[in-house]
Write a protein that binds this ligand. Sequence first.
Ligand code: RNT
Ligand code: ZN
Length: 423
Amino acid sequence: MRNATQNIHTAYGFAKERYAAMGVDTEEVLLKLDRIPISIHCWQGDDVRGFENPDGELTGGIQTSGNYPGRARNAEELRADLELALAQIPGRKRINLHAIYLESATPVERNAIEPQNFQRWVEWAKVHDLGLDFNPTCFSHRLSDQNLTLSHPDAAIRRFWIEHCIASRKISEYFGEQLGTPAVMNIWIPDGYKDQPADRYLPRERLMKALDEITSAAIGNHHKVAVEGKLFGIGAESYTVGSNDFYLAYAATRKILLCLDAGHFHPTEDVADKISTALLYLDEILLHVSRPVHWDSDHVVLLDDATLDIAREVVRGDALSRVHLGLDFFDASINRVAAWVIGTRNMRKALLLALLQPTTKLIEAEKQWDGTTRMALFEEQKSLPWSSVWEFYCASKEMPVGIEWLDKVRTYEADVLTKRRRT
Ligand code: RNT
Ligand code: ZN
């Protein structure tokens, strides 16, 4: 054990020198890295079921596939699972909740949810030094069964969802005020049509007006509202009311946040490329880092080019203070705690790799029209010893350095998860 620790320190020493030669100070990088909050979505833990009606159907055109044993069935189980995951992930963390993760002894309608339904989450977040983020849940409900909510032609149904979103803003405000860090509340609605619409205009106009009611309600400044666009959903293949264009324009004109979900674009579109445009017109944005495989499949985030490109864009654009990093994936075919650990550690690794770029030199080369140096620098950094910096970082935070986290998750699986009977 002592040897292993010594080796980590020695390897880090070499790595530090290599990066210093490129003009990168690894000590500064690690301080910065550790402070970047990553918002971990609670819904990976129970396949987006929530506690309102856990046996109900997941609707809205999103889908979890797989039946791996051990999903959390209530808030205690979900928090316990999250605690295990959090203990394997270095750096600042937040937890992202959905309205369906409320706790209440008696059923509460979505338009009547209150801060007290989330009081235990807040107490728990305080104990674990976590910020909280929030989402109204505009799906898996009898009033969303036509895949229409805020753009529904029926004014009473629209009203219900407007009230739900306003109630959600109050809960978000409570989170921000209680925890001393603003909560980001993201509105995503499933509204869309399976088949070609005759009228693409009116549903969008209804959505715009509904959002205006939601965003103009005076609620306080401890929370921020984001809107998340999308290309299509299952059963909404032909038309999505809240497209990315719709929300980019909406967020820019109403001075709120835009959420870019990595799975919500055509497969050949580059999500990382959209960040700089959004930041020119908006003060802040939210990211849902996810992994689309052929479609918006919400696979666990890998340390792949798409994730790295997002991290590099945010870091090179000096936009860490303006970009809220959230995760959004739900895989029911593998151990769900492991899914959180793998996806979140990958996001943090991507940020480390991004921070280790010789950004000043790269930008200087570009200014000089020196494409040769720029390419040489981009390529050279791929083989620099970043993993020695990662291992040193994990060790110094007393977090698992490598795959040993999996043993802990496996033990928990055997002791706890496999004992949960399926409902
Ligand atoms: C759906 C959106 C949305 C959801 C969560 C559960 O396509 O990505 O963000 O995944 O709100
Ligand atoms: Zn999303």
